[in-house]
Design a binder for this molecule. Sequence first.
Ligand SMILES: Cc1cc2nc3c(=O)[nH]c(=O)nc-3n(C[C@H](O)[C@H](O)[C@H](O)COP(=O)(O)OP(=O)(O)OC[C@H]3O[C@@H](n4cnc5c(N)ncnc54)[C@H](O)[C@@H]3O)c2cc1C
Length: 426
Amino acid sequence: MPNFEFDAIVCGAGPAGTTTALFLGKAGKRVLLLDKEKFPRDKICADNKTWKCLDIVKELGLWNEFEKLPKKEIHGVLIGSPSGHTIYTPLLEKDIQEKDTWFNVRREAFDNFLMEACKKEKNITIREQCIVLKPLFKEKQMMGVQFRNEQGKTEEQFGKVIVGADGSQSVIANSVGLSSKIKGRYAVNARAYFENVQGPMEVVLKQRESTTSRHPALGMCELYYLKGICPGYFWIFPVDQNWCNVGVGMRLEDIERKNIQLENKLKEVIESKKFKERFKNAKQVTEVKQWGLSVLGKQRKCSGSGFVLVGDAGTFAMTFSGEGVGPSMRTGKIAAQTIVRALDRNDFSEQSLNEYDQQLWKILEPEIRGFQWLEFLILHEKIFDWVVKKARTNKDLIKISSRMQKDYRVAQEFIKPKTILKLLFG
Ligand SMILES: Cc1cc2nc3c(=O)[nH]c(=O)nc-3n(C[C@H](O)[C@H](O)[C@H](O)COP(=O)(O)OP(=O)(O)OC[C@H]3O[C@@H](n4cnc5c(N)ncnc54)[C@H](O)[C@@H]3O)c2cc1C
């Protein structure tokens, strides 16, 4: 047996890895947190933080620090269907009163804020600019990692549990045959920041009477499932400083089949009749960057002998929206709880760590069941158009969408006979 200096080695310091490390550190466990980058660093994302994320920020006792970050309040989401119908789903006033709004915070700032919290935790040893090369095994149990260290030298460290938190190209997941690049669920995305994008809010204003939001025209996330892009989408998410995070994401197979250059696609959409007015006075302030991501579909194995996978390494971003920050942090929290119990038992076998899969799946299964309906919609453009056209003026259906923003299990209500009748005849 190697001499374990650490209870856990967390590979990757994105939201999933830092959350795992923070919960473990606070439980008094010794953690080594490795990341290939030096923080602060950018991460290609649309920057939205829902209550899934914000609840965990509060639970970690970091809300006061979070409040200091540059950010934009978000009060609702606008969805555009392929033929151009739009529906605005406001966050419910009572939810805002209980939890505050959602926020868009640039990942460079948000991930650094979590990293700074880790730096203050005495049980966490942080090593930046360390690239994990491969996991190390003893009798089929993962119990260490080999990495290229800050000086460019190959180094090995050992831990009782290895946490794969190294994102959608995870070395840890790939090494055990659990690649997070899943056919049909893997999208490539291109993103840039723009200054001074104009925002027509007429759709929102028209719906104003049927919503309960205080400021329906304020800070919303816009997702357009455009023809030729759907089930991917074009997005405009406002962030701080009058900047917007703008991007487009498409399934890899659609990009390959249509031989699309994603950066050109982004330009094409911005210059299209539908959006050109909004970008007339806008200035692109960063280069276009690309990143891949798989979304969660069905239950997958995310633990094994000596290891667990959290965040994008385990493919936990939501289908339909691609939201992954909150879901990643949630997996980090559950992984940490499992690891604490495994340490108490001194048992890091596949069976012991399978508790993580079980705990997680209990929560995810009802959410996924609801989201299957939304996934069905984006895969069937004509039905999607029809549903958005019907639902956009139906108070009850908008209310279900709004309730879903707090609890994803509510999505199951869309497929109840009562709701379908409302859609057909409401
Ligand atoms: C274009 C786009 C838009 C998105 N928009 C949103 C959004 O608005 N809201 C939302 O909630 N989610 C969004 N997501 C999803 C979200 O970005 C991810 O789900 C989230 O970042 C997952 O966090 P993570 O910690 O698992 O992985 P990551 O954030 O990818 O972090 C992984 C970390 O591991 C490090 N790493 C990787 N490989 C190694 C290695 N070999 N050795 C050491 N370190 C390594 C990386 O440097 C990184 O710091 C979006 C994703 C994309 C691609």
